[in-house]
Design a protein around this ligand. Structure first.
Ligand code: IPD
Ligand code: CA
Ligand code: CA
Length: 291
């Protein structure tokens, strides 16, 4: 494995592009933006759209043969060997409420000729940039994961009981999500569950050894493509909740430091089977117990 980032083929230039995009996000953040709705609680702002346009121009300029698949609608050259999954602003709800926790996420997939849409190629390069902390995560397959020029590794913690973990909740189809049950169970079995509102940064934090695990339902390829490679290159593991290889279209993501992965997959299996669940105290029972 390389000890420097000098062997990067794409990530160095993509990192510069993400820094420029992050600087635009900081400007919008400072001036404040109006929030629009894509769904009941699914927000979008002028910053999401403007920064996707900037990323589209810059990535097309730097890598003219590459395709681009962006959250805000960019679908360019999807028949090409290389494809960038672009989330111009991951953490829009935080951004819209002036909470300084959001990022730019760029993940590059290499797709063999003839691969059908919906089938996965190989993630080869990744950039996540947190503009408020000036933290730039870079990775390429086989070359490690890096944060501001220093190589990062997942945490050595070996049990869930000693772990800090993270999750997120979908902004679409909120009523269909069972995740509050998982939130409850993981809270009782770990040091705690964080829910900071940027899936890409959640994955980056697993890679950096800040969290031992992150899980979520119903993410999209632009949320996860970069973070998956960064976690794997930092020594972690990414699967679905059953421990099967993660696919970009998967509706379940479970990332970990690898050491607690089997324990987590076992817990998910128990929970889906309804085994050993701690009861959730209802507000009504709590109120009655106080009398
Ligand atoms: C969202 C964030 C959030 C996650 C949501 C995503 P967005 O992305 O990653 O943490 O819980 O499911 O949709 O909409 O801010 O790009
Ligand atoms: Ca996102
Ligand atoms: Ca977004």
């Amino acid at each position: 494995m390389s000890n420097s980032q000098q062997d990067f083929v794409f990530a160095a230039r993509a990192g510069e592009i993400a820094r420029e995009a992050g600087a635009r996000l900081r400007e919008f953040y400072a001036q404040g933006v109006t929030t629009e709705y894509k769904g009941a609680a699914d927000l979008v702002t002028v910053a999401d759209r403007t920064v996707e346009k900037l990323l589209r121009e810059r990535l097309s300029g730097a890598f003219p043969t590459h395709g681009i698949y962006g959250e805000e609608g960019t679908r360019d050259r999807l028949d090409r060997e290389f494809r960038w999954y672009v989330d111009p602003l991951d953490g829009t709800t935080n951004f819209a409420h002036a909470v300084p926790h959001f990022c730019v996420s760029l993940g590059l997939e290499q797709r063999p000729a003839g691969l059908a849409e919906g089938e996965d190629g190989t993630l080869v390069s990744a950039v996540i940039y947190d503009p408020m902390r000036d933290e730039l995560y870079l990775s390429e397959r086989g070359k490690g994961a890096w944060l501001n020029g220093k190589q990062i590794h997942v945490s050595p913690i070996a049990t869930l009981e000693e772990s800090l973990v993270a999750t997120g909740f979908p902004s679409r189809k909120r009523h269909e999500s069972p995740n509050v049950h998982f939130y409850h169970e993981f809270t009782l079995r770990s040091h705690g569950v964080r829910r900071l509102g940027s899936a890409a940064l959640d994955l980056a934090y697993v890679a950096a050894g800040r969290y031992e695990s992150f899980w979520e339902f119903n993410l999209n390829p632009w949320d996860t493509a970069a973070g998956i490679l960064i976690v794997e290159e930092a020594g972690g593991k990414v699967t679905d909740f059953s421990g099967n290889p993660y696919r970009l279209e998967s509706k379940e993501i479970l990332a970990s430091n690898r050491k607690i992965h089997a324990e987590l997959v076992g817990l998910f299996a128990d929970m889906f089977a309804g085994r050993d669940l701690a009861p959730i105290v209802s507000p009504h029972d709590y109120a009655k117990s106080k009398k």
